[in-house]
Design a protein around this ligand. Structure first.
Ligand code: NAD
Ligand code: DAU
Length: 332
């Protein structure tokens, strides 16, 4: 695998994956990214220019996608509209990018016979009750409950159908919630970190008892590379690191790490249709591919992430005002 095309490689998870490939392989990487407001081309700065190039374009545009796929040995597909709250405001770009974009890529990959890895989300499985001991596995049914997760589940269905019907050489990974550097301030962890850095209170939707299964984005990137290199064609791999925590617990940890009163949390309007709990069992990835997370201490990694945000205010501060204005308009 000498030439890898990474769609969405200027985003949070995509740029982490590109840094991981640059550090752990000799492959040349082409990033295809539309540079939506979620993107951070700054996150690719400093990578070797002879090995990493950025092409600005739309994954739903066949004229852009086809030649790039034609010159690649493998494609890793991360380009997506990724934020649930944005999908509730306007689902149209989610259908265009996540569904039509995936379809466009699948057709190019089929034409050129190129290996594909598709990056998906645990949200395709819907949610679990708080008192349900179950966790999602590769065998769980796709039961998405939000416009974002429905668009991702639709993309997963397309990939599975192209594998079965056209013999496409593809794999799928289904990850839980990521945290780490370069995550857009619209997302929960960076929003709360930057609120606290600005001297304000974390804002938790509803009762704050909703549970997410946190994984460091570098662990997610290592899993994606392992699946790309050694995963069985046609298989799905769940990617999780046993990181279940309620939103309230995460907000309280951020306050504690900042030396503030952990009870100083503000409860705001809930997200419509808010999924209660996600939890993943990544036994297949661990036993089949030998993947293990490198980050075991959530509080310590959260502290490092807070330091990173404190050191990168020049990057997030210009984005923060627009994000907070949109949240304020919704009472959040
Ligand atoms: P992000 O919003 O930070 O990045 C998405 C990137 O895709 C951005 O750089 C954006 O410019 C680009 N993009 C959007 N529309 C595009 C288009 N039409 N053409 C080309 N590029 C386009 O998202 P993220 O959090 O980095 O998520 C990346 C992928 O990982 C998504 O597919 C998401 O569903 C999946 N995922 C994310 C998480 C998480 O916790 N962040 C967890 C599981 C799966
Ligand atoms: O589970 C994987 C998914 O995780 C990815 O597929 C998505 O791309 C990613 O955005 C993330 O989705 P969530 O909706 O879980 O993430 P978000 O950061 O938006 O919210 C995490 C939890 O925190 C969720 O229960 C909503 C809540 N929340 C969010 C914000 C922004 C708050 O309580 N307050 C907030 O201010």
């Amino acid at each position: 695998m000498e030439r890898v095309l990474v769609t969405g490689g200027a985003g949070f998870v995509g740029s982490s994956f590109v840094r991981h490939v640059a550090a752990h392989t000799d492959a040349a990487v082409t990033v295809l990214d539309k540079l939506t407001p979620a993107a951070s081309p700054e996150s690719l700065a400093g990578l070797p220019e002879d090995r990493v190039r950025l092409v600005v374009g739309d994954v739903a545009d066949p004229a852009v996608v086809d030649p790039l796929v034609g010159e690649a040995d493998a494609v890793v597909h991360l380009a997506a509209e990724s934020h649930n709250d944005n999908a509730l405001e306007d689902p149209a770009p989610f259908v265009n990018t996540n569904l039509v974009g995936t379809f466009t890529l699948l057709e190019a990959v089929r034409r050129h016979g190129v290996r594909l890895h598709h990056v998906s989300t645990d949200e395709v499985y819907g949610d679990l009750d708080l008192d349900d001991p179950a966790r999602f596995t590769e065998e769980s049914a796709l039961r998405p409950s939000s416009p974002y997760s429905a668009s991702k589940a639709g993309a997963d269905h397309l990939v599975r159908a192209w594998v079965r019907s056209f013999g496409l050489r593809a794999t799928i990974s289904v990850s839980s919630n990521n945290y780490g550097p370069w995550q857009h301030v619209e997302k929960f962890v960076p929003r709360q970190i930057t609120e606290v850095l600005e001297g304000r209170r974390p804002r938790v939707y509803g009762d704050g008892r909703h549970v997410r299964d946190w994984i460091h984005t570098e662990d997610h990137s290592a899993a994606v590379l392992a699946i790309l290199e050694r995963g069985r064609i046609g298989e799905t791999y769940v990617v999780g690191a046993d990181g279940e925590r309620s939103n309230l617990e995460v907000a309280q940890a951020i306050l504690r790490l900042a030396g503030r009163d952990p009870a100083d949390v503000e409860h705001v309007a809930d997200r419509p249709g808010h999924d209660r709990r996600y939890a993943l069992d990544a036994a297949k990835l661990r036993t089949e591919l030998g993947w293990e997370p490198g980050y075991h201490d959530f509080e310590m990694a959260l502290a490092d992430t807070m330091h990173w945000y404190a050191d990168h205010a020049d990057w997030w501060r210009p984005r923060k005002a627009a994000v907070e204005a949109a949240y304020a308009a919704r009472g959040q």
